[in-house]
Design a protein around this ligand. Structure first.
Ligand code: FAD
Ligand code: DHB
Length: 402
């Protein structure tokens, strides 16, 4: 069978937060985009990942007309709790940032809202694509070759999507970053010697806000999803097998690490999802090569402690959508050329914040007892300094967007 040739203005690889926000932003500017996604819609909508949205991400979803369900179902918190050395400290984010709030709304709920709206608007998205190859990225006529269909026994179709620009929004393991020649990119990386074991359980909330806890046995985090479903994480060996973690062992560890404040109790419930993720900081520079741009986790990774990854992916594509708008509306090349440099200024600040939250709150087996003491001093200083708390709060809700 021959190759079907199709055409669009912007070809997007990946339907995570970066790909879907970009497609919507371009559509609003009258720019046509097609999304190619390797997974099925149900899988995307069922993958449990992030939970916290920065204030401007919430404002952007509302401005795009995509925030109605989020405004009904999300949890809006005035702050969060830091717990260490047997004490709890409330970080009043709203007070420290002139009214900004912490929004807890799961990533897969954001994706459900964006996917439904994209399909409703008549946008094209191809699920279950395979053998994605980016062609001619250094030329004026780039294209994406891929296969799709054939799952039900029918014949798979080969297609080549010709585009003005290609955008790799295909996450850390996708092919887009690798399409930039190795000699043309530099990768900065730090791998942490710990990971997070995350669970979802059927239980009422144990607290009205998130709790980030540092404990000598390791970090723990209490978050939420709904009045009946809670999300918790605990620091573990990144190479550990989830099979080693019975529900009883998980609860015992969470009780030990979180129940350090007088009178506070963690409510247990049936665990229905558990997994382990490793942690790294990673940045690829530049984020552009010829007519290929990369955005979100394809270009950078942060450890999840600062709750930045999804928000950073959206920030990238906001910058990129403005640059593409400048190109199509006014023939401007300058913003496209500046995309990486503009995005990287925000990315490196988020990398710094995520690294600092991670090192401050985790027990690192590779650190000396001197360094462990420094971490405790850092926390003690933080919760007793309004200046330090303000810096924490303004980073947590998202730095001003320029
Ligand atoms: P992804 O979400 O990885 O999407 C990439 C998409 O590309 C996927 O759908 C994938 O299937 C697709 N793809 C891959 N390869 C191909 C291919 N060859 N062809 C076509 N499609 C392809 N961030 C926050 O902001 N706040 C939080 O509270 C937070 N908590 C987190 C907690 C955990 C436990 C984890 C693991 C992450 C957390 N994050 C958080 C990070 C956040 O989930 C990611 O940064 C975010 O998903 C990045 O979005 P993305 O669109 O760049 O990439
Ligand atoms: C959640 C995840 C995070 O990484 C974080 O810092 C806070 C909350 C969550 O999944 O709810």
């Amino acid at each position: 069978m021959g190759i079907r040739r199709t055409r669009t203005q912007v070809g997007i690889v990946g339907a995570g937060p970066a790909g879907l926000f970009l497609a919507h932003l371009l559509h609003r500017s009258g720019i046509e985009a097609v999304i190619l996604e390797s997974r099925a819609r149900e899988e995307i909508e069922g993958t449990i990942r992030a939970g916290v949205l920065e204030q401007w991400t919430v404002d952007l979803m509302n401005a795009m007309g995509l925030g109605a369900r989020m405004m009904r179902e999300a949890h809006f918190h005035d702050g969060f709790t830091l717990r260490f050395a047997g004490e709890s400290h409330h970080v009043d984010v709203r007070d420290l940032t002139e009214g900004k709030r912490v929004t807890v709304y799961a990533q897969h709920e954001v994706l459900k809202d964006l996917l439904a709206a994209w399909l409703e608007s008549g946008g094209r998205i191809v699920f279950g694509v395979r053998d994605v190859v980016l062609n001619g990225i250094e030329s004026e006529l780039p294209s994406i070759a891929f296969r799709h269909g054939g799952e039900g026994g029918g014949e798979a179709e080969a297609e080549e999507l010709h585009c003005d620009f290609l955008v790799g929004c295909d996450g850390f393991h996708g092919p887009s970053r690798q399409a930039i020649p190795a000699g043309a990119r530099t990768e900065y990386q730090k791998v942490y010697p710990f990971g997070w074991l995350g669970i979802l359980c059927e239980a009422p909330p144990s607290h009205h806000e998130l709790i980030y806890a540092r404990h000598e046995r390791g970090f723990a985090l209490l978050s939420t999803r709904s009045p009946d479903i809670q999300r918790l994480y605990l620091q573990c060996d990144p190479h550990d097998d989830i099979a080693n973690w019975s529900d009883d062992r998980i609860w015992a560890e969470l009780h030990r690490r979180l129940e350090t404040a007088a009178g506070w109790r963690l409510v247990e419930g049936r665990i229905f999802q558990k997994n382990i993720v490793s942690m790294r900081s990673f940045v690829c520079e530049p984020m552009q090569h010829g007519r290929l741009f990369i955005a979100g986790d394809a270009a950078h990774i942060v450890p999840p402690t600062g709750a930045k990854g999804l928000n950073l992916a959206v920030a990238d594509v906001l910058v990129l959508s403005r640059a593409l708008e400048g190109h199509y509306r006014a023939g401007r090349r300058d913003r496209l050329d500046a995309y990486g440099a503009t995005a990287l200024r925000r990315i490196w600040k988020a990398e710094r914040f995520s690294w600092s939250m991670t090192t401050m709150l985790h027990t690192n087996p590779e650190e000396t007892s001197f360094e462990q003491r420094i971490r405790m001093a850092e926390l003690d200083y933080l919760v007793h300094s309004r200046a330090a708390l303000t810096a924490l709060a303004e980073n947590y809700v998202g730095l001003p967007f320029d």
